[in-house]
Unconditional design. Structure first.
Length: 311
């Protein structure tokens, strides 16, 4: 049975600034900000939250089904999905629009400055969850505002459990919107910064947010992740890495592992452990879809960190 991944597909142009942003952005001059970063290292990658999550889930042997909107330049991405044996049945092309584009600059501290053109993503509401067959689990990731609301509503109406992952789309929604998402969702996952914003927008604490869903997962980078569920906090230790090559797409790799565990009926803690393993593999490689561990390599790394094999 498929996992329906509602979110963006995008082309990522990734640039590396061989210095530190903090040396060039002066707080006392922020009102007249005018900076330029020399980025001799640049590459173009396949990205977007839905594409990245699907890639991670496929590596694990899952059955991802992407629901997204793309533009008139979608042909290379469709070829990519075909090569990965990921169906593009519900990737809708929007005439006269470009596929979403992210322009990401990363400094030596792994801080990121991103400019994002939504393009065809703004028509994501033209896709409908009911059009996908055999779906038993879903995720609503960053996408067009109307599409995210519609897909969450549709999952809830169909009785399909889903993860709410607002990510970079958080500025699009009010506190009331977030409360509605949480009332519909089964689980919610955010990073540490997004968790603070979610609390600020809703006026709720993390335990209060967690009480609205079966589980709230907050990722904290090098500090691992924290699960808020059943009135308890559970810390999932981080998986050691050999190098930090590129953080782009780490959160999506994490969510691919999370979905695999949830789809297979694992506990939320075990699913988050696998998610952490996927994030570790990803951060060691440049680009959001260029890591390619085997299932045996994934299982071995899980065992080395957590003391048992996941499968």
């Amino acid at each position: 049975m498929s996992v329906l991944i509602c979110g963006s597909i995008a082309y990522d142009t990734i640039m590396v600034f061989q210095d530190h942003f903090k040396k060039h952005i002066l707080p006392e001059q922020i009102h007249i900000l005018n900076v330029s970063f020399l980025v001799p290292d640049m590459r173009r990658e396949f990205g977007g939250c839905a594409g990245n999550i699907a890639y991670a889930l496929k590596l694990l042997g899952g059955a991802p089904l992407i629901m997204a909107t793309a533009g008139q330049d979608a042909a290379p991405y469709r070829m990519r999905l075909a090569d990965l044996d990921i169906p593009d049945t519900h990737v809708r092309e929007i005439a006269g629009a470009y596929t979403a584009q992210a322009f990401i600059t990363t400094d030596l501290d792994d801080n990121q400055i991103t400019a994002f053109h939504p393009g065809a993503m703004s028509w994501s509401h033209e896709n409908h969850v009911a059009d996908a067959q055999g779906v038993k689990l879903g995720i609503v990731g960053p996408d067009g505002r109307d599409g995210m609301l519609q897909h969450a509503r549709d999952f809830h109406a169909a009785g399909i459990p889903f993860v709410f992952d607002p990510g970079q789309a958080m500025p699009l929604f009010s506190g009331e919107d977030f409360v509605q998402f949480l009332d519909w969702a089964t689980w919610c996952t955010v990073n540490d910064y997004e968790a603070h914003l979610l609390c600020e927008r809703t006026g709720l604490t993390l335990p209060q947010i967690a009480a609205k869903v079966q589980g709230l997962v907050v990722t904290r980078g090098a500090e691992g992740s924290t699960i808020y569920a059943e009135g308890r906090e559970t810390v999932v230790p981080v998986v050691p890495v050999t190098q930090i090559a590129d953080p782009t797409g780490c959160g999506d790799a994490y969510r691919g592992g999370l979905l695999y565990g949830l789809r297979n009926g694992w506990s939320l803690e075990k699913a988050c452990r696998l998610a952490s393993v996927m994030g570790a593999f990803k951060i060691e490689v440049r680009g959001p879809q260029n890591y390619a561990p085997s299932r045996d390599e994934i299982a071995a790394r899980y065992a080395a960190t957590y003391g048992e094999r996941p499968f």
